[in-house]
Design a protein around this ligand. Structure first.
Ligand code: 9JF
Length: 237
């Protein structure tokens, strides 16, 4: 197969550790997350991976994961494109809540429905809520109307695909070796589109922190196979 792209979900974040919804909250890597990101870099080096360009989000947990991988591959010179379109799904007013708070606030049936739904948005974050990112400097350049206050998985797919079609796919087709560091739901969005995964199945795709996922693509950028590096079936003969 002519093309490959490597997706690496960020290392464990502080919010992941406390099992809180992160979304657009700019949670930092935990100590464990730093170690995981370094290990991902070492694994990519050991397997002989090299890159010509990287893409990441505007959230530090993904950016720092990329920096730690660049350190291991000794490629700080790499051109990097950072975009809000690769940010994690926005969880609205659930951001910062843990499991018990969510269930006590909204009830188990509601949470269960949300978990399994593809086009249902969690309650929106009020624009005056201190948790709303609209006033953060990294989104200053954006039209205020673009910044979400909550997203369904469908919303995430629709705002992520443009960067795939407009920026990432052309680089892959031109023969560049592309690394993307990002987030679980954004990668689900990409894989859903590329592999035509059903709405009902995409939430089940488990994407562990900081395990490089290699997509081997055909000439139409359809995945012929994808596998996690360092696992038994990691595609190496
Ligand atoms: O409530 C949600 C939810 C609500 C709104 C949109 C999406 C989701 C969603 O995708 C989700 C949820 C809960 C859990 N599990 S949980 O109920 O154990 C849970 C709740 C809160 C924080 C972390 C937890 O692990 C999940 O694994 C999910 O994937």
């Amino acid at each position: 197969n002519p093309y490959k792209v490597v997706l690496v979900r960020h290392g464990q974040s502080v919010y992941n550790k406390e099992n809180l919804f992160s979304g657009w909250h700019d949670s930092d890597l935990s100590t464990k997350g730093v170690i995981e990101a370094i290990a991902a870099g070492q694994l990519l080096k050991q397997k002989g991976y090299e890159f010509d360009i990287a893409f990441t989000s505007l959230l530090k947990r993904a950016i720092k994961t990329l920096h730690l991988i660049q350190e291991e591959l000794d490629c700080h010179w790499l051109p990097v494109v950072k975009s809000w379109r690769l940010n994690e799904r926005h969880y609205g007013s659930l951001q910062g809540l843990n499991k018990s708070e969510t269930i006590s606030k909204f009830g188990p049936e509601c949470v269960h429905h949300w978990r399994r739904s593809y086009d249902v948005r969690p309650p929106a974050l009020d624009k005056n809520d201190p948790r709303w990112s609209g006033r953060s400097r990294q989104y200053r350049h954006l039209d205020q109307g673009i910044i979400p206050a909550s997203e369904s998985l469908k919303d995430t797919v629709q705002r992520t695909l443009p960067i795939w079609h407009d920026l990432i796919a052309p680089e892959i087709k031109s023969g560049k070796r592309v690394l993307v560091t990002g987030h679980a739901n954004t990668f689900r969005a990409l894989i859903k589109h590329l592999d035509n995964v059903a709405d009902t199945d995409i939430a089940d795709l488990n994407l562990p922190n900081s395990v490089p996922l290699v997509l081997e693509l055909d000439e139409n950028l359809r995945p012929e196979k994808y596998y996690f590096l360092g696992t038994l079936d990691d595609g190496e003969s």
